[in-house]
Design a protein. Structure first.
Lengths: 335, 223
């Protein structure tokens, strides 16, 4: 037999005595929907409070799991801000042929200064080089015993482009161009350390990403397990609600909100941990920074990053709850 | 609500056959009893009507709709039209009598004022209006069963199912409960009560459907 809505309607009308007032499936009422959600949001928070110890433990595990990648992220951010400053000091050092005359060297210096991609050229004569060498190397005796100055004229070329990881290839091209000048014996781009640093940083970045993914999965499992136990402890309630016609979505909702609260609270305490940790290491770190470079501020979690952390953790909480609840609720039926 | 079973069978995956070739027809507004020994298939039949389980053969037609055509998503809507009373009443002891009875209205998203009005009307019908703030645990067995009935009828269902509603009650309380069902039947609700209390069933003078080893042995015709 097929569905006959008309017949159903007629039957309904015929029962005048009972005056039925059925909830209809089709009508979507936004007011009702919002009211239900708001009530569930509050109710699910109260549920957390009704198991204070278990809830606090779950929140703390989530907080710790999230503060680890968060803390590493802050560390990486600081390393980046330090290296951003270093990178601007790169130079290309040109060692000219020793037999070159001063006038020829000066001409080259002028020519290079006029080049579009070069900001300035510092001229270091043989004598200046010798003085510098004597001052810094401690080989004064040996130097003075030499019959003549063995040092070549040196040009310190400072490129116009800000030197960083992204401009490294163009800088190497500039170095090659300078090396091909007939006056230049050897050109050195002081950037090998930069290359290494870039590699270390990208390694660090990937390490933090991988760790974040692992720990987010861990949070997913923690929330999922806690919610699964919550469903189990309310099995009877779920059963009765299903019997009186609750939809799966209706039953699922308070548990999803529970996941949401776990996520948000976990994210909040993770942010708090990171802020406390940054504050704790700030004074030795500041001293360390001052040793290398002045005027650099220690970076910590800013407002945007806290909001991002909360959003991600709330999202992960809801997803974890969803995974745990969906299958579980479907399996609870009267035996 | 009008219900028709046409050669309905239910075979579990374990191979056990709970119902076979069961046919009967409950008219709109009729009241009937379902009897049989334990294990005869009474509970299974109730579960099929609630769509807790699905039949493996035959047709169940409710108000002209074949239940096989309803998807999983349509089950909650079906259950809202059916009130159920259980032997162990399935009350929740973490909330008051009022909130137990309010549950069917809450899950269908009724507004709070409407809920309060309907819950009090239902509690009034079962004579427990003064106990709405109690925890059901503080009530006697008969009172708990009446809370269960109030919850089953608060939604004004078209069909009232009761699975051994007097199982744990003494004869006087049992008679009271049965009278309640009769009152609901009088205002047009179709009622089906599963009970193995044959003496009580006989006194009530309604149609009796008898199951034995999964088969309808008497009362299966048109009532």
């Amino acid at each position: 037999m097929t569905q006959k809505p008309n017949q159903r309607g007629a039957t309904r009308e015929s029962i005048k005595a009972t005056q039925h007032h059925w909830p209809t499936r089709s009508a979507f009422q936004p007011g009702k929907y919002l009211r239900q959600h708001q009530a569930t949001l509050t109710e699910s928070f109260m549920r957390l409070l009704s198991y204070p110890l278990a809830s606090v433990m779950t929140v703390m595990v989530i907080a710790i799991a999230l503060s680890l990648p968060g803390g590493l992220y802050v560390l990486l951010k600081n390393v980046h801000s330090v290296t951003d400053q270093w990178e601007q000091q790169s130079v290309i050092t040109l060692y000219l042929f020793p037999e070159l005359e001063d006038t020829q060297a000066l001409a080259l210096s002028h020519r290079l200064s006029a080049q579009a991609d070069i900001a300035s050229v510092e001229y270091i004569s043989k004598e200046e080089g010798l003085r510098y060498f004597e001052r810094s190397s401690g080989y004064e005796q040996i130097m003075s015993s030499l019959p003549e100055n063995p040092l070549p004229i040196v040009l310190r070329v400072i490129p116009k482009a800000d030197v960083d990881v992204s401009t490294l290839p163009s800088l190497q091209a500039l170095r090659d161009q300078l090396a091909s000048q007939k006056e230049v014996d050897y050109a050195e781009l002081d950037a090998q350390w930069l290359q290494r640093l870039a590699n270390i940083l990208s390694f660090g970045q990937r390490f933090v990403y991988a760790l974040s993914v692992l720990l987010v999965v861990a949070v997913l499992l923690i929330v999922g397990n806690t919610i699964r136990m919550a469903v189990e402890s309310r099995r009877n309630e779920v059963l009765v609600m299903k019997l009186v016609g609750a939809t799966d979505a209706y039953i699922r909702r308070p548990f999803l909100y529970m996941g949401f609260w776990f996520g948000v609270l976990g994210g909040f305490f993770a942010s708090l941990c990171i802020l406390l940790l940054s504050w704790w290491v700030s004074s030795p770190a500041q001293r360390l920074i001052e040793l290398y470079q002045s005027g650099l501020q220690l970076q910590t979690f800013n407002a945007d990053e806290i909001v991002l952390c909360l959003t991600i953790s709330a999202f992960v909480g809801v997803i974890g709850a969803w995974i745990a609840v969906s299958r579980h609720i479907a399996n609870i039926e009267l035996q | 609500m009008e219900i028709e079973f046409q050669r309905v069978g239910k075979k579990y995956e374990s191979g056990q056959e709970a119902l076979s070739q069961v046919s009967f027809h409950l008219q709109q507004g009729e009241m009937a009893f379902l009897t049989g020994h334990s294990g005869a298939g009474k509970s299974t039949l109730m579960k099929l009507m609630m769509m807790i389980e699905r039949q493996t053969s035959g047709q169940i037609i409710v108000d002209g709709v074949d239940l096989r055509t309803l998807s999983r998503r349509a089950i909650p809507q079906h259950r809202r039209r059916v009130g159920v009373v259980f032997q162990n009443h399935q009350l929740l002891f973490d909330r008051s009598v009022f909130h137990n009875v309010a549950l069917p209205l809450q899950v269908s998203g009724a507004d709070p004022q409407q809920i309060a009005k309907r819950v009090r009307a239902a509690l009034d019908k079962v004579g427990l209006l003064d106990k709405e703030k109690y925890n059901p645990m503080a009530l006697s067995g008969g009172e708990q069963q009446r809370v269960g009935i109030a919850r089953a009828v608060v939604n004004k269902p078209q069909l009232l199912l009761a699975d051994e509603p007097t199982g744990n009650l003494d004869p006087k309380l049992s008679a009271e409960i049965m009278n309640l069902f009769q009152e609901f039947n009088r205002v047009g609700v179709t009622v089906l009560v599963a009970s193995h209390d044959l003496a009580l069933v006989a006194r009530m003078r309604h149609r009796v459907l008898t199951l034995s080893q999964g088969r309808m042995v008497s009362g299966g015709g048109f009532g």
